[in-house]
Design a protein around this ligand. Structure first.
Ligand code: MG
Length: 383
């Protein structure tokens, strides 16, 4: 079933009092988590993100590297115009419209919507109302509202593309104000919306306090990993650390290029993600990996992690070495690792340490590297 997705993140955030879409949690903007979750839930054909003009440049820099086929579209004055701008770019028979401020949509909810969409042109996930609802007059209760007749509406909402496109065009022309697209389809087209089961996890970040919830949920998804590597020096080999070639007459012995920094980082990342270790992934008995650039292996690991919903939060690396001194190459190594792992250099730390002339490192026979990685499992459900 061919479906496009439009993620709408061009709101004013009035109730949040600030730019909630780019509000940073664990070094990444809120919208990053929304995209990571919704885009994993289905193989969407077109992936469209609607943003305010002010967010476009940041999105190109911080989101597109992670979600390469994301199309960024500028929003409009009202929600109608923003959603319309996004839906206009869609091409498939069906389109899902999702709030950018719902970072944790469970895959099951997306699947429920898609399944129902096969037989009905307008579908929304909904949740039972949990609290008792009352009307108010000043500080006093005016009247209770019978809860059993009510549901909370969520997204992604699913539509036949032509239906929602037509409806939005009418709404834009007539200046209809609304808060969700199913309302429009009901009011302008007289088509009832089918409900499917939503989830309490699929809440919408509305007030600033909601960010506390986002942080707590993500905290549960943090994993730490440790990596260690050790290589002997060898004359006449290239010295490569973190993918950077150091101008030296000797390098590190190894089946690959011997890049011990990259090897330790790979093991820390794999360990944190529960994905095994470097030896299992790239056995040194395999001719394929003879003299390979270790950063190519790191790229593969990064790809595999991403596809499973893991993203590095920060890295701390210690190189234990009498020689060479690494301080002058530090900046370049950090920058290179950041580029490969698509994380800011500020989240990577690299430290040099001597062995106080003791042992094999002290005798300048080789060097050792230790690395810890903090990894976020962004989408951590099996369903
Ligand atoms: Mg190694």
């Amino acid at each position: 079933m061919k479906i496009d997705i439009v993620v709408v993140a061009a709101g004013k955030g009035t109730r949040f009092a600030g730019d909630k879409i780019f509000y940073e949690v664990f070094g990444r903007p809120l919208i990053f988590y929304t995209l990571a979750n919704i885009l994993r839930a289905h193989r969407f054909r077109k992936k469209i993100l609607v943003l305010n003009e002010s967010g476009i440049e940041r999105a190109e820099k911080e989101l597109v590297p992670h979600f390469p086929d994301l199309e960024i579209v500028k929003g409009g004055v009202e929600r109608t115009h923003s959603v319309l701008n996004g839906v206009k770019r869609a091409e498939s028979d069906f389109v899902l419209i999702h709030d950018g401020a719902r970072p944790f949509v469970p895959q099951k909810v997306v699947k429920n919507v898609i399944k129902a969409l096969v037989g009905w042109p307008a579908v929304t996930p909904a949740e039972p109302v949990r609290d008792t609802l009352k009307n108010f007059e000043g500080d006093f209760v005016f009247k209770s509202v019978p809860r059993s007749e009510l549901k909370s509406i969520q997204t992604p909402q699913g539509f036949e593309r032509e239906l929602i496109l037509e409806t939005l065009e009418i709404a834009a022309e007539e200046g209809v104000v609304y808060t969700d697209e199913t309302t429009l389809v009901e009011e302008l087209k007289g088509i009832k919306t089918k409900f499917v089961e939503g989830s309490p996890l699929n809440f919408k970040v509305t007030f600033r306090e909601d960010m506390e919830l986002v942080e707590r949920i993500l905290m549960k998804n943090l994993r730490v990993g440790f990596g260690f590597d050790i290589h002997r020096f060898e004359e006449g080999r290239k010295m490569v650390l973190g993918g950077v070639e150091l101008p030296l007459p000797y390098g590190l012995k190894g089946h690959s290029d011997g890049d011990a920094v990259t090897h330790a980082v790979i093991d820390a990342l794999l360990g944190a993600s529960g994905l095994g270790d470097i030896g299992e992934w790239f056995p040194d008995t395999d001719e394929k990996y003879k003299d390979i650039k270790s950063t190519v292996l790191l790229e593969k690991v990064a790809e595999e992690m991403t596809s499973k919903g893991f993203y590095p939060v920060n890295l701390d690396i210690v190189v234990v070495t009498e020689k060479p001194k690494i301080v002058q190459f530090k900046e370049e190594i950090v920058k290179n690792l950041g580029r490969i792992l698509r994380m800011p250099s500020s989240k990577i730390s690299l430290k040099g340490k001597t062995a106080e002339k003791m042992g094999f490192i002290g005798r300048e026979e080789g060097l050792a590297v230790m690395a810890t990685a903090l990894v976020m499992e962004v989408a951590n459900e099996t369903s």
